[in-house]
Structures are given as structure tokens and as C-alpha cells.
Ligand binder design. Sequence first.
Ligand SMILES: [Zn+2]
Length: 430
Amino acid sequence: MKRLFKNAEVYRDGKTEIEDILIDGTTGKVEKIGRSLSDAEAEEYDLTGKLLAPGLVDIHIHLREPGGESKETIETGTQAAARGGFTTVCAMPNTRPVPDSAETIDELQKKIKKNAVVRVLPYAAITERQLGKSVTDMQTLSERGAFAFTDDGVGVQTAGKMYEAMIEASRLNKAVVAHCEDNSLLYGGMLHDGEKARELGIKGILPASEAVHIARDILLAEETGVHYHVCHVSAKESVRVIRDAKRAGINVTAEVTPHHLMLTEDDIPGDDANYKMNPPLRAQADREALIEGLLDGTLDFIATDHAPHTAEEKNMSIEEAPFGIVGLETAFPLLYTHLVETKAVPESQLLDWLTKKPAEVFQLPYGEITEGGYADLVVIDRHKKQRVDTENFLSKGTNMPFNEWELTGWPVMTICEGNIVWNEKEEKVR
Ligand SMILES: [Zn+2]
């Protein structure tokens, strides 16, 4: 079916102009962009006053399936993504089983094909069962559609294994995507090693546990020439190490999460596991360094690290509950309200961090609106004001610190490959 979006404020090529867009649900592509378009066959939508942007791209989410279906499934996670305006999401491999062989990744691809409502690109593990002991058969996994390689959830502890993985990933022209955490520097920490942890009597996580690992990997990336991507940067020391590496011409990229941009340890109200994530919320100086790093290009884009858990698991104390918060359904309005509305960042910049930049870094043909390109689109109502209500989430996970925050700039329709996958008017996902 063809659809014609009329009078939208279309964001493309770095600027916003009022245009019409004709898309084709059969080919999944954008057929035409222009003024006063008409098409007898097409269903028309008047988008006067609405922003029409490329579908958002999230390089880092956890769908939990297979093995963690009580936390999230491919179906519920991608429904949450659709509602949040995301049309491409990359699923982390810390599932059971881990996608670390032809068999496990084939099985995962089948489930994605059957149940996903938006595009899911699966990661494969760097090491078998993510144990850090032996590097996976990366060539086979690449051939079966692995998006990139990561052991996210844990860091690859020994330099030697990381070095071997980088050599092979580099040969296959795939990225190594790293959760950076040196376990020998953890000392049982649960929150950032700062004031709040001391106040609550909880052991702290040193910034060095992240930064030391990044520094090690960056030297290995220099040695091997691999594209090395750092997950969820949280500490100012990490930003500095990445900045220096980029200046030295090393092929490193990095992401930052909305929660690390929004919150610090000072926001943790007490023993509330909705504030427990890995890496932890750090100090104000770290938060400022992350924003500065994004603005100067040291950090390349934003990714949610959407990490659902069951209510029972998260109702425990910080010391007992698992790490992680959800983020797909609130990422855009959260960032729009607190970065764009406050004039800290132009709208175009925020959109690029959520669309074009992640696609560019991983050489994906998404994240931009072009004639003949994928009809992956999100319609955003910049004036829509609404309180976050986790009870209403499509995600099974409600674990997050932003419940009841009043936010502006909500996605109201999401289109993936020419099909409407979320429409607020109908309160429904495809
Ligand atoms: Zn991680």
C-alpha cells in the first residue's frame, strides 16, 4: 500500500523543511519527496505541525529472548521500540543460549523474523558463552548475519583474548563492541564510588574499572586496526582516554546513554534499585564531561541500553537487585525535553545522534530520509506533553527512574520499511 504524508516538517540533510513524502509499503522504500505531491492510490495523512524524522536507530538494547522471556521478548521489546520511534535496534547477546554458534544465531534469526515489529540486528558474542575463554567462530557468525561482536554484560577480561578477537573481526571488517569493566577493579561495587555510595553504606564502583579497560582496548585497536566501539561511557576519565585516542587517529567510536546524560549519583533517592545500572550513575563532573564529549564528537551517538528486568527482581535492595533500566519508550521525549527545550542542543543535533550518526558509524543504510531509501520514519509531536507512566509501557520492563516525569516531544507514529508499526491514534502496534 502507498502512503502520502502531507505538509510535514521533514528533517533531512541536516535541515527541516515542509515537504510531502510518498512511501510504498510493498517495496518498503521512499518513492518521492517534494512539494504538493499527489497520488491517486495513496492513503493520505496530514502531518501539519508535526516533525517527520528518520526512524531512530538504537545500537544497544537487550531483548532478553531467548532465556529471559519473563523480563522481555522479541515481540514486547520491539513493540516498545516502535512506540519509542525506533525502527532499527541491535540486540545484545547476553541471552540463554548466547548467540555464539551457527545453530544459536540461526535460531535467534528465526525468532526475530517471526516476532519482531521493527528491524532487529543481532549481535554475536566475542567469546563462547561470553566466558572470555575462547573466541567464537566469527566468520561463520558473520555469514549468518551477526551485526557485530560483543560480550556486553561483561568485559573481556584478558588482553590476549581481546587481541585475538580484534584481529579476526578486523579481517572480517566487523566492529568489536565493548562493555568495558575490569573485574579485578570491582571490589563488589554497586554504585559509583562517591558520596552517595558512602551515605548508603554500599560499596563503590571505581571509574578506573571502566577507563582502564578502555585504555587497554584502545591500544589493542591501534595494534590491530579494528573498528572498536565503546558501550555506555560513564566516566570523565573514559571520555578523556577516547578523546586522546581519536586525536591519535585510532579507529574508536563510543556511545552514551540518556540516563547518564540526565542523572547523577545525587539523584538516587535512597535504596531504590530503579537507579541501579551498569555502569552506574556517576558524579556531576562526569555528567558534564559526557555532554561535552558528545558536543565535541568524542562520543559519537546516544544508545539506550534498554535493559528490562521483572518487578520482583527490581523490588529488591540495591545490593540484591540486578543492574539495568529500560529506556526505549522514553528516550526521545526525555532527551528532547532536557536537551532541546532547554536550548542546550539544537534539535537537528539530537536527531543526528539518534539516527544518522549510529548508522554512519556502523555503515548501515538507515538513519536518513532519501528518495529510494528505506521508508523508516518517525512522526514526532513536539508539543505533546505527557507524564511517563511505566504501567502503560509495551515493554515488560517498568524498571526506570523516570516514572511520572513530565516530558514533551513524543513520537506519535512509527513507520518501518513503509509499514506503520505504531500509531498513537489507534494506540496500537502492528
Ligand atoms: Zn554493558
